[in-house]
Design a protein. Structure first.
Length: 558
DNA sequence: CTTTTGGGCGCG
DNA sequence: AAAGCGCGCCCAAAAG
């Protein structure tokens, strides 16, 4: 295999130059390692290059873009890639993740080659028009510096021991292009049904609140709301959920919560979702940032497919398989706690997961000193809050309000402290691991996942920021390893299922969602489950990795 | 007028 | 002494 350095210019004159379904490709520039360059002004001649592009390492900057256009417009599937943008994000230890500035091609050309690229021609390309000399020069310069950038990046990757993460990311890239092209189908009838229900909920709560809180002007103003509530005798610091939990049975507070839930549903989800249905494909194509978060997790926007309500009854039913298809959703079972068990080598965690016990129930039994079979649902929920809270570096006052808000249980700070102490005595290995992690993280200002991903912290400028670094140091190795596993699985599932016409319709941190022909669902399910567990088991060597798969007409979890 | 900040809340 | 992690989106209010 050799390298091919590529770039594509598309027609942005109608404002959707990034949209593979609508924008026309104007030129494709390809450069061989020898430096020989070709500019294809008639992209139909690309057929000659199909085999080369599919069987060499394709190098480019932000190749998700090229991958989508090559696939949709020319039926070419990139499989082996090296993306200089993604590589730079990996090398930066996640500091260039998400919306951070500094990872454009212009930035890298300046950084690695000392050349200031002129980008004024970037949006000048129009389909069907003769290329100007300037445009040709511009287009060719976009591939010119890629080999040098890659060469210098490779040296850094080796120095930092990031080969494995680069491999994971580059193999995941084609899967992300597949994900964005696939899109997800939305059932507008179901959406309408939910809209009616939510609107009624809002109207009822709104009428009640306007009457009870008169003369309030704007229920959406937390500032005004706090004033009025104080005037009515409520002792509140703010109007957030933890404060409102002080008055769980008050009808005004209950109505406020109902009003807020309904308005959140309407403004963030119900009313906006139809606007995202693509005019050509009739599906919703979110943007996914592959290196979206410091931890290596993806982020999603327009719409954010990772925050679609799961607790609001039936909402996810709007994401429905097209006729004749099924939705296959696969998620890792309790993956974060399993990772903690592995990293801490905690015998009790290992035993619980190896023997298929319920860790939260086991924890509750020990904390409340009762037999496992007498643990109540509330006691289990409390243990769950403690398990998670401690992983994130929670303190007694935080646990107190968490238990009140989530479980409805009143405990004093002293009692919360006792829970934490008891938990730490119960799981000394986990406690030791978390303490060491936060100390080392603060000292080095970076943490690593088991797969080798580096999460680098900006210099903490005050005590508060140092506290954040300590807490993130406990959590990022866990969150980050989960992202590593999921990306390995995505890359392998892409190779196995994309050629079979399966659609990759969503992913949410520990979950992947696909759409396939109903008759294929059983076979597809087995492949997904196996790839997910295989990826997880690379790292979870002391306890089992379990992936749960659900097949249904819409997106759901069992 | 537009942009930024903060409260609040959706997800894992 | 501090007071749970990672994100994106909506609205109101402040800042430019």
């Amino acid at each position: 295999m050799s390298f091919l350095f590529i770039d594509i210019e598309t027609d942005n004159s109608e404002g959707f130059g990034l949209d593979p379904f609508r924008a026309k490709v104007v030129t494709i520039q390809i450069m061989a390692p020898t430096g020989n360059k070709i500019i294809l002004k008639d992209p139909k001649s690309l057929d000659l290059f199909k085999t080369k592009l599919e069987n060499n390492v394709v190098v480019g900057h932000n190749l998700k873009f090229e991958a989508k256009f090559l696939k949709y417009c020319f039926g070419i599937t990139l499989k082996t890639v090296y993306d200089t943008m993604l590589a730079e994000q990996v090398i930066s230890g996640g500091q260039l993740s998400g919306y951070a500035k500094g990872n454009s091609l212009k930035d890298l050309v300046l950084k690695y080659c000392g050349v200031n690229l002129d980008k004024t021609e970037q949006c000048s390309f129009k389909a069907g028009e003769e290329l100007s000399e300037n445009q040709i020069q511009y287009a060719l310069l976009d591939v010119e510096y890629l080999p040098e950038i890659m060469r210098q990046q490779q040296a850094k990757i080796k120095l930092l021991g990031l080969e494995n993460i680069i491999d994971i990311e580059m193999k995941a890239l084609p899967a992300i292009a597949w994900l964005e092209l696939s899109g997800i189908n939305v059932d507008l009838d179901k959406l309408g049904e939910i809209k009616t229900k939510v609107f009624a909920q809002k109207s009822e709560a709104e009428a009640f609140l306007i009457k009870e809180l008169a003369p309030i002007r704007n229920l959406n103003s937390s500032k005004e709301l706090l004033e009025v509530l104080k005037g009515k005798g409520f002792a509140l610091e703010n109007t957030g959920p933890k404060e409102l939990a002080k008055y769980p049975d008050n009808p005004i507070i209950q109505a406020l919560k109902s009003y807020r839930q309904a308005t959140k549903m309407l403004t963030s989800f119900v009313n906006t979702m139809p606007e995202f249905i693509h005019p050509i494909t009739k599906r919703v194509h979110s943007n996914f940032y592959q290196y979206g978060a410091l931890s290596g997790r993806l982020t999603s926007e327009k719409p954010n497919m990772q925050q679609q309500p799961s607790r609001f009854r039936d909402w996810r039913q709007i994401f429905k398989a097209a006729p004749g298809n099924k939705i296959v959703a696969a998620d890792y079972s309790q993956i974060e706690l399993r990772i903690v068990g592995q990293l801490a080598r905690d015998p009790k965690y290992i035993r619980a997961y190896t023997e298929g016990l319920d860790l939260h129930k086991e924890t509750a039994a020990q904390l409340f000193k009762i037999p496992v079979n007498q643990v109540t649902e509330q006691q289990r929920d409390m243990a769950k809050s403690i398990n998670f809270g401690l992983n994130y570096g929670m303190w007694a006052p935080g646990l107190k309000s968490k238990l009140k808000a989530d479980v409805g249980r009143d405990v004093t700070v002293k009692e919360a402290e006792k829970f934490i102490k008891d938990f730490q005595a119960l799981y000394p290995e986990v406690t030791k691991y978390l303490n060491t992690a936060s100390q080392k993280g603060l000292q080095r200002l970076e943490v690593k996942t088991l797969a080798g991903r580096i999460c680098k912290f900006p210099n903490p400028k005050d005590a508060q920021a140092q506290g954040s670094v300590k807490r993130e140091s406990k959590n990022l190795p866990v969150q980050g390893l989960c992202a590593d596993m999921l990306k390995i699985a995505m890359g392998n599932i892409f190779l196995a299922l994309e050629p079979r016409g399966v659609k990759f319709v969503n992913t949410v941190h520990d979950e992947v969602v696909f759409e396939c022909k109903a008759e294929d669902a059983e076979e597809i399910t087995a492949i997904i489950k196996s790839e997910m567990e295989k990826a997880g088991s690379k790292f979870l060597t002391l306890l089992p990795c379990v992936c749960k798969v659900t097949v249904a007409d819409f997106w759901k979890k069992d």
